[in-house]
Design a binder for this molecule. Structure first.
Ligand code: 13P
Length: 257
């Protein structure tokens, strides 16, 4: 049985003060949710990480970052490394989000280097994959997913892949209000799991947690999370308000599979 994992990707929103306020509100609203039902993660921007860590320390909310560089340190102006994230109290790191692929030239190769570095330093990568609308309309969804998954996991062993989380985020559903139907999400998640089983083995595929991301809201959470191969959500817009993110987390904790 895979435990659901609900993560909020705050993207480029929230100052330090706003982060502290939102993290405190989430802590208040979610304090009584047993950690056996669902993993809860918030991913504020780099500038707010250490303050967010102070708020959520010893709570049922874990901290994630939105990106990292694969080198440990050096002359890489503007970048942040895995040990720096660990130092700030981070446990998870989003890698290869479609916005990074689209606006910051992220490739399967850089995603792969970052996933390896994250694992080497004990961070849990949330590796994002997903097709654009053009890909979907051209019938290329599975081909793109195969490229993203095989490219991102290149040279990793099964015991490493078992630690990773994959987020399936169809680009056409991100920030558009257009959610993938539960059947579309299930189809893509099953394809990813079967691919990992083919590339590795049954156990690795069955342990792998696959999140869905793209216009997740309180109203569509239960149906999406109820799908057999959907193991959580990566939430953008709806993670920026305490009420909606808490409601998504609570609805997920009530899902029976
Ligand atoms: P929205 O939930 O705003 O569609 O964003 C999804 C996303 O990109 C999460 O990483």
């Amino acid at each position: 049985m895979r435990k659901l994992i609900i993560a909020g990707n705050w993207k480029m929103y929230k100052t330090i003060g706003e982060t502290i306020e939102l993290a405190n509100a989430l802590k208040r609203q979610l304090y009584d949710l047993g950690s056996e039902t669902v993993d809860i993660v918030i991913c504020p921007p780099f500038t707010s990480l250490s303050e967010a860590a102070e708020v959520v320390i010893e709570s049922n909310i874990a901290l994630g970052a939105q990106d990292m560089y694969w080198q440990e340190e050096g002359a890489f102006t503007g970048e942040v490394s895995a040990p720096m994230l660990k130092d700030a109290g981070v446990k998870y790191v989003i890698i290869g989000h479609s916005e990074r692929r689209q606006f910051f030239s992220e490739t399967n190769d850089s995603v792969n280097k970052k996933v390896k570095a994250a694992l080497n330093y004990g961070l849990i990568p949330i590796m994002c994959v997903g097709e654009s609308l053009k890909d979907r309309e051209a019938g290329l969804t599975f081909k793109v997913l195969e490229d993203h998954v095989t490219g991102g996991l290149k040279d990793l062993g099964p015991e490493q892949v078992e630690k990773i989380i994959i987020a399936y985020e169809p680009v056409w559903a991100i920030g558009t209000g257009k959610t993938a139907t539960p059947a579309q999400a299930q189809e893509a998640h099953k394809f990813i799991r079967d691919l990992v089983i083919k590339l590795y083995n049954k156990q690795t595929g069955e342990l792998l947690r696959i999140q869905y991301g793209g216009s997740v809201k309180p109203e569509n959470t239960k149906e999406l999370m109820g799908q057999p191969d959907v193991d959580g959500a990566l939430v953008g817009g709806a993670s920026l308000k305490a009420d909606s993110f808490s409601s998504i987390v609570k609805s997920s904790s009530e899902v029976k599979k």
